[in-house]
Structures are given as C-alpha cells and as structure tokens.
Design a protein around this ligand. Structure first.
Ligand code: 2HA
Ligand code: ZN
Length: 272
C-alpha cells in the first residue's frame, strides 16, 4: 500500500490542514507526531527504506526503541503538507537504544524531523509509559489567544487552569487534570523537552509561555479537539478581559457539582 493512502497518514494530514486553517500555524510554526502502530507499519513495510544512517535524537527514550513515528519536517509549512506530504513529513525509526533515529520514508528532498523532536519523543515516552501505550499523538501549535494570556496571567498551573476552566463549562470535563505551564525557555532542545515531559506526567496540555502549547492524546480527533477546546476557552478569556473582566463566573462549588454529575476526577487543588 502507498504510505499516503493509509488511514493514519490521511488522519495526520487532515489535522495539519485543519490546524493551518484555524490560524495556529504561521510560516513553519508548530509540529505534529504520531507513534505508528505495528499493524500500520505492516501495511507499508514494502514502501519503507532500510535505515542506513542513524542520527542522535539529543535525548534518551529507551521505551521507544524500535518504534516508528510519523512527524512533520523541520522548517516545513503546515499548509504545504496536504499538497505534497512526501516532501514535508517523514517516518522516523528509533534505534534499539532509543537514542538515535533514521528516516525511512518522506522528506524526499532532504531535511530532518521538527526541531521539537526531542520534546515530542520525551512526551511520547512518558505518555506511552503512563497510559500503557494508549496515547499516540503529540501536537504543538501557536494559537494566538493562549499565547496572549501568557502575558497577563500568572505563569502557573493553578492560575491558568482555573481561568481556562471558568471560560467554558465543557473544559473541566474535557481536561479534568488541568493544564501545566512552562516558563519561557529556549525552544528546540533537551532542557525544554525535560521540563515539558515532567509536566506531561500530570497533564495532557502544557503551555509554553510566550510561545504556544503542547497537547497529548490517544488519537488525532482527541488531540486536535483538546487544542481546539483550550484555545476556544482562551479566546473567550481574552474577550472577557478586553470587556473589563468578569462580573460573574462559575464557582468552586459549581465545579464540584459538575464533576459529580459527569463523574470526572477533577483536580481539586485548583478549586478554592
Ligand atoms: O516548528 O514551532 O517551536 C517550529 C516551532 C518551534
Ligand atoms: Zn513552536
């Protein structure tokens, strides 16, 4: 089967295209990765190159040894992926130590996986461990409203979670663990990968101050949906602040009632 005809590649491309249309991916901003299933690799095995040159990832992810990842290319534009996936995305194979990768498909005119590959792989590593393999998608975007809030809200999980939860009743149901926040850091390297993946033990959403967000999830719909839900709530927050701030809101007791009714395990540290 052709790689671009598989459902997982089609699903990946659909996310990148929808996300560009959302306005979350100026120029080469943002990146997406998917931990490919063994059954999906079996469908395309004949189309994959035999790995020759392995390149250091920059971080060590032993529990991802031997896995394959579909990932956006460094410097590639989300809006171009749908036009020519072969040039803009790649499948990377992780070596038996979990320290190096080789491109086995895609980036046909050269290139490397996203500059945030270390953060993607460390997040995959943590999520694979704690969800027993259920989570497969890591997604990074630059949505304007969440970034705007990182200039005015205190940069901590409690402040962000509480504001985002309050702006839309569905939020505490969709992400009852809340959102983590990383202070401004230099992107693209090991330090921000370590800081982000630590928070991914607790959250599915990690905000990078003055930069963007990382979301993690089981599949493309859930992960894209998570980004969409958080950013929508951030947009409401920006509007409310622009109108002079809240005059009434959802109370801690309201959240407790909601959690009980919807049987969600709400992170009560963020309530009063
Ligand atoms: O891919 O978003 O954080 C470009 C970026 C880096
Ligand atoms: Zn970014």
């Amino acid at each position: 089967m052709k790689v671009t005809e598989t459902n997982f590649v089609k699903g990946f491309i659909r996310v990148t295209n929808d996300a560009f249309q959302k306005g979350w991916h100026e120029r080469n901003g943002g990146n997406l990765s998917y931990r490919v299933k063994d059954s999906e690799i079996a469908e395309i095995k004949a189309a994959l190159k035999t790995p020759t040159q392995y390149i250091p990832i920059g971080v060590s992810v032993p529990n991802l040894a031997g896995e394959y990842f579909l990932v956006t290319g460094s410097g590639k534009y989300m809006r171009n992926i749908i036009l020519c996936p072969e040039d803009n995305i790649a499948i990377a194979h992780i070596d038996e130590k979990g320290e190096n990768y080789a491109i086995v498909w895609g980036l046909e005119h050269g290139g490397t996986p996203t500059s945030e590959f270390p953060t993607h792989l460390m997040n995959h590593s943590i999520k694979k461990e704690i969800t027993k393999g259920k989570y497969r998608v890591i997604y990074h975007a630059h949505p304007a409203n969440i970034i705007a809030l990182t200039f005015v809200l205190p940069l901590n999980a409690k402040a962000f979670t509480r504001e985002i939860w309050e702006m839309a009743t569905e939020c505490p149901v969709v992400f009852p663990q809340g959102v983590g926040v990383v202070d401004w850091m230099v992107p693209g390297g090991k330090d921000i990968a370590v800081a982000t993946s630590k928070l991914m033990r607790q959250y599915d959403i990690v905000i990078w101050a003055h930069h963007g967000i990382f979301c993690a999830g089981e599949d493309f719909d859930l992960t894209f949906g998570l980004m969409d839900t958080v950013e929508k709530s951030a947009e409401i927050c920006v509007k409310v602040l622009s109108m002079g701030g809240k005059k009434q809101t959802i109370s801690s007791q309201n959240f407790r009632d909601l959690a009980k009714e919807f049987k969600v395990n709400l992170q009560t540290d963020f309530l009063d």
